[in-house]
Ligand binder design. Structure first.
Ligand SMILES: Cc1cc2nc3c(=O)[nH]c(=O)nc-3n(C[C@H](O)[C@H](O)[C@H](O)COP(=O)(O)O)c2cc1C
Length: 346
């Protein structure tokens, strides 16, 4: 790579990744559901927010440190769970978890992983959460959260926005199907066309049961409404992950960043708040924090880094976002995350 073609932005990684990933896998990863309105809006939503920078603050030293359920983090940018990383790189989740750890970013491992959670834990050693697609068999479900706790995952993020997979038309046209990964029992119901897991019966009682058996903090991932957020906290969830699943579930569902304010207003500091969807710049991270998120997650950018340069690419993508966040803090007069306040947003 010549110096001029060296990737310096997340968008550069997207362009380079597209040249490397097989077209069906590319469509699976980059696509959304239906007319892909939510997919596009996830990016546009950040751009609709303008900033009101503070000036004449001594920002020579800035502190990006954050924390998640008592685990100290060097910065608030975390890796969202995405399925089957071997579509991007043969070292799959081993490489992405290593890259995240090298960038001091918390890594969330998908249930639909190509590598067992124990192996990811020993190869990376960084801070990590486990994302749960709750198996319909309760004993299988309990076993997964117990394994996660035993192998050093410090929280479980249970995905609540996938009773059925969204209408992924690119995958239907390509007849692209993914496997179930290494964690789910072989008899877990799946969508016959896509191979994706389905959980049509999962309800609030199941969430309450999961809370009762999960030995570590539990986040509900895929919440977009204040009432659902309050209900999840009332059944004992420790965190709320505000997300429309990267525009892959209900098309025209509100962007996470647009849903965040009502969730913040309803839940306050009763739960750790994560937001994701369309984060491509450190400035987006700053806006998420300003509107009340504790942590901001990225999905596809990590896959792009992985496809371009394995663990090093993942590390670099996350460092680009971290450095952009740090600069955005300087330019908004924010010396620490607590100074990234709502008045920075128009
Ligand atoms: C290829 C792909 C696979 C995904 N797999 C999962 C998954 O297994 N579990 C889950 O909870 N979310 C999954 N998601 C959603 C992400 O966790 C996250 O909410 C979303 O990617 C954030 O949007 P972004 O990609 O624009 O950053 C997936 C997203 C993508 C793009």
């Amino acid at each position: 790579m010549t110096d001029a073609s060296r990737p310096i932005t997340v968008a550069d990684y997207e362009r380079l990744a597209r040249e490397r990933v097989e077209p069906g896998a590319w469509d699976y990863q980059s696509g959304g559901s239906g007319d892909e309105r939510s997919l596009a809006d996830n990016v546009a939503a950040w751009d609709r927010l303008s900033l009101r920078p503070r000036v004449l603050v001594d920002v020579a030293s800035r502190d990006t440190s954050a924390s998640a359920f008592g685990v100290a983090l060097e910065h608030p940018i975390i890796v969202a769970p995405t399925a089957v990383h071997r579509l991007s790189h043969p070292d799959a989740e081993r490489a992405s978890a290593r890259g995240a750890a090298a960038a001091s970013a918390l890594f969330t491992l998908s249930t639909i992983s190509s590598v067992p959670m124990e192996e990811v834990a020993t190869t990376s050693g960084g801070p990590r959460w486990f994302q749960l697609y709750a198996p319909s068999d309760r004993e299988a479900c309990r076993a997964l959260v117990e394994r996660a706790a035993a192998s050093g995952y410090s929280a479980v993020a249970v995905t609540v926005d996938l009773p059925l997979p969204g209408n992924r038309e690119r995958d239907r046209r390509n007849e692209f199907a993914v496997d179930l990964g290494v964690h789910l029992p072989p008899d877990q119901p799946v969508d016959p066309h896509t191979g994706l897991v389905v959980m049509p019966t999962m309800d609030w009682a199941d969430l309450a049961w999961l809370r009762s058996v999960c030995p570590i903090p539990l986040l509900a991932k895929g919440i977009l409404r204040a009432d659902d957020a309050v209900r999840a906290v009332d059944v004992g969830c420790d965190g709320i992950w505000v997300s429309n699943h990267g525009g892959r579930q209900l098309d025209t569902a509100v962007a996470g960043i647009d849903a965040l304010p009502e969730v913040v207003a309803a839940v306050g500091d009763r739960a750790l708040l994560v937001v994701d969807g369309g984060v491509r710049r450190g400035i987006d991270v700053l806006k998420g924090l300003a509107l009340g998120a504790d942590l901001v997650a990225v999905g596809r950018p990590v896959l792009w880094g992985l496809a371009v340069d394995g663990a090093d690419g993942v590390q670099r993508v996350l460092e680009i976002l971290r450095d952009e966040l740090s600069l955005a803090m300087a330019l908004t007069g924010s010396r620490s995350l607590s100074e990234i306040t709502g008045d920075l947003i128009v």
